[in-house]
Design a binder for this molecule. Structure first.
Ligand code: KE4
Length: 427
């Protein structure tokens, strides 16, 4: 494949945009390649600046569950834009999308729109702190909730239960309020809760972890978190920015039957335009300004174009049989890739929940960050580059999730499996 134009664009971009990208993972740093610059997309395909055609399993990191350029979504955005792009004033569109979210997500009685998943989680944590009057929060190693200071924190080394910054620029004073437990280990949560009794405002968790690769919750983990939080007066926040409307209309909380106190959303509810949201019990949400004292705001929150794209998207997801069809496509391709690795004699641990799936380059089980971190990332990088050469666009990191859209055809899934078989044989 020729990547001349992408290479020229990347050189130019690096002069004026840090790292040449507006979000770090796009730089392909961990896969030993330069990023391709995308010029257009349609259905399950994206096309780069050199005209190369790829079957897309990134889907803009989740939003494009319908595939790219769905006519209903494009028409809705075009139609709305002709009436104005942004008013900084309430619109009926915001009520329509809010109602669609409330009708679908079991935990949400009221919802506030923002412009990104980061804003959603940052605001939900502030609200949980305001509601409980407590300062500490708990997250899990390997889970990512956006880049707000309180969440760019990793477990303190050794016995230190306090968090330490996971990025320069995050003050230690901020990090110390963030506790970090181990995903799928309810015991690690119980220990931290006991050591910080009465001080923890919320526990935020990806109910299906999608940012260390795809790691499903083990039986009892989410249920254990629910019970602990109920017993201790801790707000349970499901960060469903990725899993929301992805694995079911009601997200992971519908799949696993565990209802949190608050839920954060993003990605799919904007249909590809910038939207985040956080919602939950009226008793908690009503503390949010201007109905309550917890401040949160945003110039483009509830933006009409984004609302229109989200409404068009969710109305299509509500169609009978949508998730069943997506499930069949997802099982087909994930199982096909796993079989290709097995036939090539390559050790692979495969995971999937609905249309989120991951091939971990390890012969071991992956249930948390420590086991995910043991993967052979060099082998993954070789596989990634081989798949890209075969016209298959995967997330440029072992620690991400692959997404199937309803637009992926059986022929495209077969082509993907064949490319995987060829790529595994190279390892
Ligand atoms: P954004 O601020 O990127 O809209 O959302 C942050 C976020 C919050 N919660 C979860 C569970 C998420 O997965 C994300 C963002 N996901 C990454 C993909 N792993 C976005 C890709 C990127 O950072 O460019």
């Amino acid at each position: 494949m020729n990547h001349l134009r992408s290479s020229e664009l990347f050189t130019a971009a690096k002069e004026i945009i840090p790292g040449g990208v507006n979000s770090p993972v796009r730089a392909f740093r961990s896969v030993g390649a330069d990023p391709v610059f995308i010029s257009k997309a349609s259905g399950s395909h994206i096309f780069d600046a050199d005209g190369n055609d790829y079957i897309d399993f990134v889907g803009s990191w989740g939003p494009m569950i319908l595939g790219h350029c769905h006519p209903d979504v494009v028409a809705a955005v075009k139609r709305t834009a002709e009436s104005g792009c942004s008013f900084g004033a309430p619109t009926e569109l915001e009520i329509t999308l809010a109602q669609l979210v409330i009708d679908a997500v079991p935990s949400i009685e009221m919802v506030r729109m923002v412009s990104s998943g980061t804003e959603a989680t940052m605001s939900a944590i502030r609200l949980a702190r305001g509601y409980t009057g407590r300062d500490k929060i708990m997250k899990f190693s390997g889970c990512y909730h956006g880049h707000s200071d309180a969440l760019l924190v990793k477990a303190g080394s050794g016995a230190a239960t306090f968090g330490v910054p996971d990025s320069p620029g995050v003050p230690q004073d901020f990090a110390k309020h963030t506790l970090t437990a181990n995903y799928n280990s309810i015991e690690s949560v119980k220990t931290l809760v006991a050591e910080n009794s009465g001080q923890i405002a919320c526990i935020i968790v990806e109910p299906i972890a999608g940012n260390m690769g795809t790691v499903p919750p083990q039986p009892g983990f989410l249920e254990g978190l629910r019970k602990l939080c109920s017993d201790e007066g801790i707000v349970l926040i499901f960060d469903e920015v990725m899993s929301g409307f992805r694995v079911a209309l009601g997200g992971a909380q519908e799949v696993y039957g565990v209802v949190p106190d608050m839920t954060t959303l993003g990605k799919i509810i904007g249909g590809g335009l910038p939207v985040g949201a956080f919602g939950g019990k009226k008793e908690i949400m009503s503390l949010l300004s201007p109905s309550g004292g917890v401040y949160q705001a945003g110039t483009l929150s509830g933006n009409p174009l984004a609302m229109a794209a989200g409404i068009a998207t969710l109305n299509l997801l509500k169609q009978p049989g949508f998730y069943q069809k997506l499930e069949e496509k997802s099982a087909y391709v994930a199982n096909g890739i796993a079989k290709a690795a097995k036939d090539a004699g390559y050790p692979l641990f495969s995971t999937r929940v609905g249309s989120m799936f991951c091939a971990f380059f390890t012969g071991n089980q992956v249930t948390d960050w420590d086991s995910a971190a043991g993967c052979d990332t060099k082998a993954f990088a070789t596989y990634f580059r081989s798949m890209l050469d075969e016209g298959i666009y995967l997330a440029p990191s072992q620690f991400e999730t692959a997404f199937v859209s309803i637009a992926h055809t059986e022929a495209e899934l077969d082509r993907t499996i064949a490319a995987a078989a060829k790529s595994f044989r190279k390892l």
